[in-house]
Ligand binder design. Structure first.
Ligand SMILES: NC(=O)c1ccc[n+]([C@@H]2O[C@H](COP(=O)([O-])OP(=O)(O)OC[C@H]3O[C@@H](n4cnc5c(N)ncnc54)[C@H](O)[C@@H]3O)[C@@H](O)[C@H]2O)c1
Length: 259
């Protein structure tokens, strides 16, 4: 029998009701993992669970807002109770960025909510996942940042600032837990075909073409392509990788105006 890359590994994905989180759950399940599906939207989380179960996987659904420490704590506890431990987790949820705005026009509420979900949400993940992994004999955490944090992104100040924080926190946590068997890495996506990006495509007529042109590969990514990177980092195949940021961005950071 061919063993999956995550055979028997117990995981948790935040923001798992859509896009990249959903694709990660599905690929992880196909690779033998059991997945905790955390989302603020319970119907979306249930939909992902159905997809995972239809693919033969095992899922636990947790409704939680990652901005609320107690809700993340309860979700991690539920997964640990249901699966008997926690081996990997992807802190993927993002939200709150609101409409495009110049930095001086970002209102306080949008700034705070974006940081609370995109950065503090990752902190909450690490805070409760690490003890569960230490008790399980080690583990792997994959935080989802964004290629945009390497160069800045006009009109997305709060989001990009949060994502820069995610990569800084990833490296710090990697250093802190490496000797105790918990690896912490991030994946920085470029543009991906998910509802998050589609919303912008629908709103701004030439946004899709301009986004594609930003990528050296002249296309945006498919959610499964990020899932491959996350599942690899979660697995033992990445056993000597920690503190890394894996860019999965179709060359958005190497794109040249000369071509
Ligand atoms: N799609 C892209 O082009 C792209 C590019 C760079 C980075 N990313 C990052 O990838 C990750 C996934 O993005 P996506 O495109 O799949 O987004 P998406 O909007 O399709 O899915 C995000 C999911 O997170 C959930 N969510 C939102 N706020 C939450 C909260 N407070 N608590 C729990 N769940 C919450 C939503 O309900 C949704 O199911 C995010 O971290 C995003 O910043 C995406």
């Amino acid at each position: 029998m061919v063993m999956g890359m995550l055979q028997g590994k117990r995981g948790l994905v935040t923001g798992a009701g859509s896009g990249l989180g959903r694709a990660t759950c599905l690929l992880a399940a196909r690779e033998g993992a059991r997945v905790g599906i955390l989302d603020i939207d319970p119907a979306a989380a249930e939909e992902t669970a159905t997809i995972v179960r239809e693919a033969g996987g095992e899922a636990i659904v947790c409704r939680a807002d990652v901005a609320e420490a107690s809700e993340v704590e309860a979700a991690v506890a539920r997964v640990v109770e249901g699966f008997g431990g926690l081996d990997w987790a992807s802190n993927n949820a993002a939200g709150g960025a609101g409409d495009f705005a110049l930095t001086h026009e970002i209102d306080d509420r949008t700034w705070s909510r974006t940081i609370d979900v995109c950065l503090k949400g990752v902190f909450h993940g690490i805070k409760y996942e690490v003890p569960a992994m230490l008790a399980s004999g080690g583990g792997s955490i994959i935080n989802i940042s964004s290629a945009s944090q390497f160069k800045g992104e006009a009109f997305l100040g709060a989001y990009v600032a949060a994502k820069g924080g995610v990569d800084a926190l990833t490296k710090t946590a990697a250093a802190e837990y490496a000797a105790r068997g918990v690896r912490v890495n991030s994946v920085a996506p470029g543009g991906f075909e998910t509802p998050a990006l589609s919303r912008y495509f629908e709103k701004f007529p030439d946004f899709a073409d301009r986004t594609v042109a930003q990528h050296a590969m002249r296309r945006v990514g498919k959610p499964e392509e990020v899932a491959e990177a996350v599942v690899w980092l979660a697995s033992e195949r990445a056993s000597f990788v920690t503190g890394a940021c894996v860019q999965c961005d179709g060359g958005v950071l190497v794109n040249s105006h000369m071509l």
